[in-house]
Design a protein around this ligand. Structure first.
Ligand SMILES: NC(=O)c1ccc[n+]([C@@H]2O[C@H](COP(=O)([O-])OP(=O)(O)OC[C@H]3O[C@@H](n4cnc5c(N)ncnc54)[C@H](OP(=O)(O)O)[C@@H]3O)[C@@H](O)[C@H]2O)c1
Length: 263
């Protein structure tokens, strides 16, 4: 199937590694021009070079922290300038820290709101004027399966990502009449660098090994394994593509069946 992405202009935020990098690479493989961002210049430039080398398309690396509102707006403007417009925005960011109600001071909540919710707001507000000029506009928010099933010890993520879902659904009603599609992916456990580091830290703490910790984590997942970042990227790229032209306001889990709710 031709996804219809050739020549479309895509901005994937937080994309020097993990879900963002895999998604940017897959857009590039489909013939899109891509901008990516991250906070560390060396890492984002290396990621852009790697994708260009493997896929051959244009990849523009941008440096900036999406949790800072003015930086996030400026990143969108720079992406649109470098790509001569914007058709697709993927609002990814790093995850907020783990912790329980007792362990998390108010300042941690405020930072997490900036990182997870307000970055999404700012990126979308800045991108809409460009998307309104596009023939195939689409937005994808990246949330978590935790919006349907809270993950222990992830109080901030479980709470604040629910607001991003409310934003996504409300925005679908607001901008759907203009033909701008917006969806969200709810990733489950995915073997990104961050998750590998988390599993290594757990193993070191418990005196086990990383594979044992991964095996323990996946017992409640019907597919009995974590996803690869590429499996997330395949769905992300399809949802944003003209091939998914009637999928709008959807919350799509990529979780190996982890969510147990029936509706
Ligand atoms: N992997 C999973 O199992 C899973 C499951 C559910 C939800 N999620 C969520 O999906 C998102 C991506 O996860 P991941 O596993 O791919 O994470 P990751 O491996 O830690 O990658 C995060 C990427 O985002 C960049 N980044 C982080 N904070 C940023 C910021 N404030 N501004 C700009 N760039 C930033 C990082 O580069 P720099 O450090 O250079 O900025 C890096 O490229 C996270 O929000 C995570 O919580 C992941």
């Amino acid at each position: 199937m031709d996804l219809g992405l050739k020549g479309l202009r895509v901005f994937v935020t937080a994309a020097s590694r993990g879900l963002g990098a895999a998604t940017a690479r897959q857009f590039s493989a489909e013939g899109a021009d891509v901008a990516i961002c991250g906070r560390n210049r060396e890492r984002i430039e290396a990621a852009a070079r790697q994708i260009e080398a493997s896929e051959g398309g244009k990849v523009v690396p941008l440096v900036g922290d999406v949790s800072d509102a003015s930086t996030a707006s400026a990143l969108v403007a720079r992406a649109a300038e470098a790509l001569s417009g914007l058709d697709i925005l993927v609002t990814n960011a790093g995850g907020p820290p783990s912790g329980t109600m007792d362990a998390l001071p108010l300042a941690a909540w405020e930072s997490a709101v900036q990182l997870t919710l307000l970055s999404t707001v700012t990126l979308i507000q800045a991108a809409l004027p460009y998307l309104r000029q596009s023939r195939h506009p689409a937005i994808l928010t990246v949330t978590s399966y935790s919006v349907k099933q809270p993950v222990p010890n992830l109080m901030l993520s479980n709470s604040i990502r629910g607001a991003v879902i409310g934003l996504t659904k409300t925005l679908a009603n607001e901008i759907g009449p203009e033909g701008i599609r917006v969806n969200s992916i709810l990733p489950g456990w995915t073997r990104t660098e961050r998750v590998i580091e988390l599993m290594q830290a757990r193993a070191a703490q418990k005196g086990t090994n990383m594979e044992a910790e991964i095996a323990a984590q996946v017992t409640a997942i019907p597919l009995k394994r974590m996803a690869e970042a590429q499996e997330f990227a395949n769905v992300a790229v399809f949802l944003c593509s003209p091939a998914a032209s009637y999928i709008h306001g959807a919350m799509i889990p990529v979780d190996g069946g982890a969510i147990q709710a029936t509706l």
